[in-house]
Design a protein around this ligand. Structure first.
Ligand code: CDP
Length: 237
């Protein structure tokens, strides 16, 4: 049974950042459900832009001329509805999780026009508060004043094993399902690219609470984040 926790009218922003496959999206979605908040998966937004570039056959052009991405951002629409992601009106929920998207997303996410466009969309989505938003720069750049900031980390091998299970459960095969060792290398490389980029790099805000999920079950990490949120709401409510 799902119990929604009521804590008066005060609503906060919960920012959950961390490296690839650290359990951010599962945690954020479940905590949002428990609090009656809206979950916003900002990684899905960067993945959607990446998918758009790939599907238009523009990846090499954008690599050679990064500014060429601006035209594509002009008529960009990304919306969330019932746990599904829509890019320009098309349901891309599965397509954005494919490994071909994961391989290019750090590059696309490093581009200034992309970050600026998505940051404005994200700030607009959170303006009424009552949101749980996960990503890489939510606590540092998008909502530095978020009342609760969480930084989730986990051992790279454990994260690769989780990602393998996720892709396999979706029926991926062939080049879309590399072995765990290859996935671990790809994840470590993506973390490096995300942490070393000039714009909005992945880093922990000094106020963020770090949780290592390597040895935690999903239920345990969800409970920890939910309890932190409830304690904050009771204290300040
Ligand atoms: O699910 P996973 O942890 O693999 O990644 P994600 O949250 O879907 O994010 C995919 C990629 O988008 C990241 O590797 C970053 O390059 C980028 N991203 C970002 O730059 N800023 C965010 N706020 C969220 C994602």
């Amino acid at each position: 049974m799902l119990v929604k926790h009521t804590t008066g009218n005060r609503r906060i922003i919960i920012a959950i950042d961390g490296p690839a496959a650290s359990g951010k999206s599962t945690t954020a979605r479940k905590v949002a459900g428990m609090l009656g908040y809206t979950y916003i998966d900002t990684g899905a937004m960067f993945r959607s832009v990446t998918l758009k570039v790939l599907d238009l056959g523009m990846i090499d052009t954008v690599r050679s001329f990064p500014d060429s991405i601006e035209a594509l951002l002009q008529d960009l629409s990304i919306t969330f509805c019932d746990d599904r992601v829509f890019l320009d009106g098309r349901d891309v929920t599965s397509a954005i999780r494919e490994n071909r998207v994961s391989r290019e997303v750090s590059f696309i996410s490093s581009l200034g026009p992309v970050r600026q466009r998505l940051r404005l969309m994200q700030q607009d989505m959170g303006r009424l508060k009552g949101v749980v938003m996960d990503g890489r720069d939510i606590g540092t750049v998008v909502f530095p004043d978020a009342e609760l900031k969480i930084f989730l980390i986990a051992d790279a091998r454990e994260r690769a094993a989780r990602r393998y299970a996720e892709l396999a459960a979706k029926g991926a095969s062939g080049s879309e399902l590399p072995d765990v060792g290859m996935l671990e290398r790809e994840i470590v490389e993506r973390d490096r690219a995300d942490a070393e980029r000039a714009l909005a790099p992945l880093k922990k805000h000094p106020d963020a609470i770090e949780i290592d999920t390597s040895e935690l079950s999903i239920d345990e990490q969800v409970t920890m984040v939910r309890d932190l949120a409830l304690a904050l709401l009771r204290r300040e409510g």
